[in-house]
Design a protein around this ligand. Structure first.
Ligand SMILES: Cc1ncc(COP(=O)(O)O)c(C=O)c1O
Length: 376
């Protein structure tokens, strides 16, 4: 045990935090960073300037606490989402991670459970530990799919207080059909379960993939979480949000810290939401690079999953750890999500994507066989 871990072990840490690892996606100084599903395009200059101007204005009022109800932001988020949602259906926090944490603080906690379906977003078990909520790992089929029948059966049997469905799912990238959300919501009726659909990557969905926002009317236990970290290219601003029945926001008011959204954060997000079209202009380009990655990986004989997101999860690697290291040596950082034979890569700019594909081909090109149907 390292010196620091020994010191930590002596502290009166809560038992359920002992021995667990903190969130730790590597932050390395590498030319091509494709490991945490950011939007790698820089902000358009006009938007950057608009944010800087509005933040400068907000700075004149920094001696006062910010609007605790972030009224303008909720209005702008409701207008962006549409679907008949009103400001009272919206809530926001510092990243959708904080939104999820607040939901677990309000509806989870000691003696309560939260269920999700691994492989899925690695923060869910950590948010469970942090809020002293017991984590239940549901199951997917061998090809990482989750059907309505299987999910509903598992929710009925586990009767969790909270279910988190990640759609599109991180790390696999594939969206769930709304039939899964509806089935889980119905299965959670007996246990009065809160059902969260984490749609962090919704803007990158393939044509025909529907958002769970359409299911909110009449479902007071359903919460859809979103973020400005991905499609909006604002990961550094830390702004996540949710849409749900207004009483969900009332519950979160009980656990949020006073004035949790700083005036600078509100000004940044509001300025960005005045320029939605300019900000989302990169989404089509990213989807194009994502589809290019999928096609090229198939050509290399690898097995990419269907992706509704800005990243691609792929298998078929003999030694994924070696390939991860080889890519890093070539200046490309991707994500090893701990599933043997698989890696996950974010779709970057055209140049970044080319760097990844060329480095990968140099590593596996000679050994991989074409996937069935893709010969020649
Ligand atoms: C599925 C999913 N949900 C939520 C988040 C958290 O995003 P943020 O806290 O930046 O809004 C991420 C980040 O990678 C994610 O992949």
């Amino acid at each position: 045990m390292s010196n620091q871990l020994e010191k930590l072990a002596k502290l009166p840490l809560r038992d359920n935090l002992r021995g667990i690892e903190p969130y730790g996606a590597p932050q390395l100084d590498v030319a091509v960073l494709l490991n945490v599903n950011e939007n790698t395009h820089p902000l358009p200059e006009a938007v950057r300037q608009a944010i800087a101007d509005d933040v400068a204005d907000a700075a004149t009022g920094l001696n006062r606490y910010p609007d605790r109800e972030f009224t303008e932001l909720r209005e702008r988020l409701a207008a962006y989402l549409g679907h008949g949602l009103r400001p009272e259906n919206l809530w926001a926090a510092n990243g959708s991670n904080e939104v999820l944490q607040q939901i677990l603080q309000a509806f989870g906690g000691p003696g309560r459970t939260v269920m999700s379906f691994p492989p899925t977003y690695s923060m869910y078990p950590l948010l469970a530990s942090g809020t002293d909520t017991t984590y239940i790992a549901g199951e997917r089929s061998e090809d990482f799919q989750l059907t309505a029948a299987s999910a509903a059966r598992q929710v009925t049997s586990a009767a969790p207080n909270i279910v988190i469905l990640c759609s599109p799912n991180n790390p696999t990238g594939t969206a769930l059909g709304l039939d899964v959300v509806e089935a889980v919501y119905e299965a959670g009726r007996a246990s009065n379960s809160i059902v969260i659909v984490d749609e962090a990557y919704a803007e990158f969905a393939l044509a025909g993939t529907e958002s769970a926002l359409t299911l909110i009317p009449g479902r007071e236990r359903l919460i859809v979480t979103r973020t400005m970290s991905k499609a909006f290219a604002l990961a550094g601003a830390r702004l996540g949000y949710l849409a749900a029945a207004p009483e969900i926001a009332d519950a979160l008011r009980l656990v949020r810290l006073p004035y949790h959204l700083s005036a600078v954060t509100q000004a940044t997000a509001n300025a960005a939401l005045k320029h939605v079209d300019a900000l989302l202009a990169t989404v089509e380009d990213i989807k194009g690079q994502r589809d290019r990655i999928v096609a090229e990986l198939k050509r290399l004989g690898l097995t990419p999953a269907v992706s509704d997101s800005n990243f691609v999860f792929f298998g078929g690697l003999e030694h994924s750890g070696h390939v991860w290291q080889g890519l890093l040596d070539a200046g490309v950082l991707v994500r090893d999500v701990g599933i043997p034979g698989h890696l996950r890569v974010t779709a970057g700019t055209e140049a970044e994507t080319t760097a990844f594909l060329e480095a990968l081909e140099a590593l596996v090109g000679g050994t991989a066989r074409p996937a069935p149907g893709l010969e020649g």
